[in-house]
Design a protein around this ligand. Structure first.
Ligand code: ZN
Length: 135
């Protein structure tokens, strides 16, 4: 459900690689959990989603409503958004901590994946319920 050109996109691979190098162990795309999170760190009761800003309606520079078929897109994107809220709720209720890494935080060669992973690592060892990393 990443929405950035499907699974295993390059930034996602970089994030996984750096997490692993820092000693974090995880599972991928666990279908048993709501929303099939991209990265699941059971030891930390934490899941990470890497979300495309368009498909998940992130209000940032990457998000623009399409000019063609506006009704179709509104319905679709808003439905995605509603579904995401339900997924967050379901995960939270079953005790999972959730991090969303937005596409705008990791898109493009200039983005510093290491600083994103710093934030992730800090959050993983904290007790914060929710973390969002955007641009
Ligand atoms: Zn964004």
């Amino acid at each position: 459900m990443s929405g950035i050109g499907g699974k295993n996109t390059r930034p996602e691979l970089l994030i996984r690689g750096q997490l692993h190098r820092r000693g974090f162990r995880f599972r991928l795309h666990d279908a048993k959990l709501a929303g099939r999170p991209d990265i699941v760190l059971k030891k930390y009761q934490a899941v990470i989603f890497i979300h495309g800003c368009f498909w998940h309606r992130h209000e940032c520079y990457l998000f623009k409503w399409p000019k063609t078929r506006p009704e179709f897109w509104k319905k679709k994107i808003n439905a995605n958004y509603q579904r995401d809220q339900k997924i967050l709720d379901a995960l939270d209720k079953s005790g999972w901590r959730v991090c969303i890494v937005w596409e705008c935080a990791i898109k493009g060669a200039k983005k510093d994946i290491a600083s994103v992973v710093d934030k992730l690592a800090g959050w993983l060892i904290s007790s914060d319920r929710l973390l969002e990393i955007g641009e």
